[in-house]
Design a protein around this ligand. Structure first.
Ligand code: HEC
Ligand code: HEC
Ligand code: HEC
Ligand code: HEC
Ligand code: HEC
Length: 238
């Protein structure tokens, strides 16, 4: 008996590292799965068919978001531009760049657009579940700027998701955009004066020249005139 007991005890140094390795592996998996960008979606940045850069086009070149996302004020969807929009310039500019393998496929030999290639197969980044309803036009026509939900896209070489787009995140803004005083929430950061500042202006905030004329009373008065943003379940789950 004494000998068996001793033998078993001797096994501990051998088994312990194996158990530690298995448990450690499981923990790593759980942490990796739940907290990695892919699961929470924040930071999600897939590889695209053309290495298109917002930092170059919307940032350095100063193109307005609506040149390409031209439905954003009229429709629920912002939409991604058809290949044709790119060819407005890239028929001439950098037309032979190896980065445009896809755009060349978009053209027939006579230079006309190949219908099959009308839209580039861009990988979708921002996506909420089908059971929830979101409408771009309802937000941007009230003065909620792109930057509030998408961050400084004009500085992104590759677009990535910067906000969780979860129910808690939607409700946080909906509950606080009015009744700011109770909660210390500044509506001036969320809604801008549309007659003076474009909804696509990414620099909106305390450093913006118009901000001081708007924060405080003016923004509060404007927010008070908005319909209370929806917090009833049926508003977003239709
Ligand atoms: C020259 C055209 C062009 C301009 C200008 C432009 N975009 Fe885009 N945008 C695209 C294309 C093409 C994609 C799809 C490829 C990608 O994700 O980079 C895209 C993707 C996006 C996405 C991610 C879409 C998804 O799949 O979830 C967001 C958000 C976005 N743009 C916001 C903006 C904002 C904000 C501006 C203005 C600051 C802007 N865009 C200006 C062409 C443009
Ligand atoms: C208003 C004109 C204009 C439009 C529209 C436009 N671009 Fe550009 N694009 C440019 C210019 C200018 C450059 C910089 C060229 C240079 O570096 O000399 C550029 C550069 C690029 C480059 C880098 C090319 C290289 O070889 O370095 C890519 C890729 C690109 N654009 C993709 C796109 C895509 C995709 C679209 C459509 C969603 C698009 N562009 C729409 C003007 C435009
Ligand atoms: C109140 C938050 C909010 C604002 C403001 C906002 N977006 Fe979005 N955007 C979202 C959400 C949420 C999605 C995902 C929608 C879905 O899955 O139906 C999205 C998706 C997108 C997409 C890809 C899918 C689509 O709808 O076609 C593009 C492109 C985009 N936004 C561009 C813009 C631009 C450009 C602006 C400013 C003019 C803007 N967004 C303003 C929250 C916002
Ligand atoms: C940064 C603030 C902000 C965020 C974030 C936000 N919203 Fe809103 N939402 C508003 C404002 C402001 C209104 C307009 C209220 C009004 O109609 O006067 C609004 C209105 C709406 C409406 C009513 C649309 C209509 O047809 O009148 C819906 C639905 C909605 N939001 C859904 C969402 C969903 C879903 C999300 C998250 C994915 C979201 N919102 C995130 C500020 C926000
Ligand atoms: C302002 C818009 C909005 C309102 C109001 C809203 N939801 Fe949601 N809800 C969402 C969004 C956005 C998601 C997440 C979709 C995703 O994960 O892609 C969601 C997700 C959910 C989920 C899935 C689990 C989860 O938390 O992700 C349930 C269940 C749910 N909502 C129930 C409700 C109920 C019950 C109410 C009323 C008390 C309600 N919702 C009100 C926007 C809303």
């Amino acid at each position: 008996m004494a000998q068996i007991f001793t033998r078993r005890t001797n096994m501990i140094p051998v088994i312990a590292p194996v158990i530690v390795a298995i448990v450690g592996g499981m923990l790593t998996f759980v942490v990796w799965f739940w907290f990695s960008p892919k699961h929470t979606d924040v930071g999600y940045k897939p590889r695209q068919p053309i290495p298109y850069s917002h930092a170059l086009h919307a940032g350095d070149m100063g193109m307005d978001c609506r040149y390409c996302h031209n439905n954003v004020e009229r429709s629920a969807y912002a939409g991604v531009p058809p290949t044709n929009t790119c060819l407005n310039c890239h028929n001439l500019v950098k037309a032979n760049s190896p980065k445009f393998r896809w755009l060349r496929q978009a053209k027939n030999e006579d230079g006309s657009i190949n219908i099959d290639a009308e839209s580039t197969p861009w990988k979708r980044i921002h996506k909420i579940a089908d059971y929830a309803y979101f409408d771009h036009s309802a937000h941007v026509t009230r003065g909620v700027g792109c930057v509030s939900c998408h961050g400084r896209v004009d500085k992104m070489v590759e677009v990535k998701q910067v906000e969780p787009l979860s129910m808690g995140w939607c409700l946080d803004c909906h509950r606080n955009v009015k009744h700011y005083e109770d909660r210390g929430f500044d509506p001036a950061l969320v809604v801008r004066p549309l007659d003076r500042v474009e909804v696509t202006d990414m620099t909106w905030g305390p450093d913006h020249p118009e901000f001081k004329n708007w924060s405080g009373k003016a923004a509060n008065a404007y927010a008070d005139k908005l319909d209370p943003p929806i917090v009833q379940c049926s508003g977003c789950h239709r």
